[in-house]
Design a protein around this ligand. Structure first.
Ligand code: TXA
Ligand code: MG
Length: 317
């Protein structure tokens, strides 16, 4: 059921059931972070491999020391600057967090979402919520209650409707290897913004076998339709002209009679607007039974880097 009844959502969560909730980034599938029974249901619904750990969502930085310990100074700086907001910190975990949440790692990922409905719900509950994106593992993340419904319908009892997500891309994930701040996942907050606050970041090497953050798995965020990335749209359109083509572009409309559907993410060339529209546009294109989706490569800095990161994973086989 799609609803905005927070009391009902709290009741269901207290019974160790799973709900879907809006955040400013994407919708999440949420459950009690302290209850393995609830957490297991999330993994099953998403068909998510157990090696892929979850993010714990809090409503206040004062809760941080309940779940994490040995918090580096730079983590506090980031928390002060970006919370509530689309930043996830990976910190040394406390025992109260079940191993199922962290895939047996000794670290836990935490964030405070910046969405009024999520914050209000978290304040009502005597426990934090784990909330991975509310999509089956590997598919396009949801940015509206309807997207979640299309994936799970009645398998998720309560889908809280908080409108379309303001940001539209997942949180940026920062960990601390030794003491060096390290980027685990590109996200809504750009590398530049993070580095302006705490100095240079290290970057983890992407690997398919042992990913640090499986959001870094090479194929992820993927439509079911074949998807290719292009730096020369007119040439790619010619190349696929015998197929049913959809295109997804940053700002410039493509004129070509072979195009059956086109999504322009931001006609004014605004990256935040493009980010906000990206997943909804991919969902729409993916429902049209096209034979190929051609996506335009974005300018490779700031939020453009995050968008390219997601598009790259959407196109990989
Ligand atoms: O914006 C977001 O972060 C959304 C909303 C719902 O909050 N959530 C989200 O969750 O994107 P999920 O589960 O789709 O992605 C969580 C990412 C995964 O790539 C996971 O590997 C990484 O966080 N992660 C979780 N715990 C970690 C840990 N201890 N060390 C490294 N990476 C971790
Ligand atoms: Mg996800």
């Amino acid at each position: 059921m799609i609803t905005n009844n927070l009391e009902k959502a709290a009741e269901v969560l207290n019974e160790n059931e799973v709900i879907a909730l809006p955040t400013e980034t994407v919708y999440g599938l949420a459950g009690n972070a302290f209850q393995p029974e609830a957490i297991k249901k999330i993994f099953e619904l998403k068909k998510r491999p157990l090696f892929n750990p979850l993010i714990v969502h809090l409503h206040s930085a004062s809760q941080l020391e309940e779940v994490a310990t040995d918090i580096p100074e730079k983590a506090w700086l980031l928390a002060k600057k970006f919370w509530p907001g689309p930043l996830t910190l990976v910190l040394k975990k406390k025992n109260i967090i079940p191993d199922l949440v962290t895939a047996g790692k000794d670290t836990v990922a935490v964030r405070i979402p910046n969405h009024p409905m999520a914050l209000e719900l978290l304040k009502k509950l005597p426990f934090p919520l784990v909330a991975p994106s509310a999509n089956p593992f590997g598919s396009i993340s949801p940015t509206s209650a309807k997207h979640v419904w299309n994936y799970f319908n009645d398998k998720v009892k309560i889908i809280l409707d908080g409108g379309n997500c303001d940001m539209g891309l997942e949180s940026t994930i920062i960990g601390f290897e030794g003491n060096a701040p390290t980027l685990y996942r590109y996200g809504t907050i750009s590398v530049e913004e993070i580095e302006n606050t705490i100095g240079k970041l290290s970057f983890i090497i992407h690997s398919n076998e042992k990913p640090q953050a499986p959001g870094m798995l090479s194929r992820h965020y993927a439509p079911t339709t074949e998807t290719v990335m292009s730096e020369n749209l007119q040439e790619s359109i010619r190349q696929f002209q015998n197929k049913k083509i959809g295109v997804l572009v940053f700002k410039n409309k493509q004129d070509h009679h072979h195009i059956l559907a086109q999504e322009i993410l931001s006609p004014n060339g605004n990256l935040s607007e493009a980010a906000r529209n990206l997943y909804a546009a991919l969902h729409r294109l993916d429902q049209l039974k096209l034979e190929v989706i051609i996506v335009e490569k974005f300018p490779d800095d700031g939020l453009g880097k995050t968008i390219n990161d997601r598009l790259n994973r959407a196109v990989k086989k």
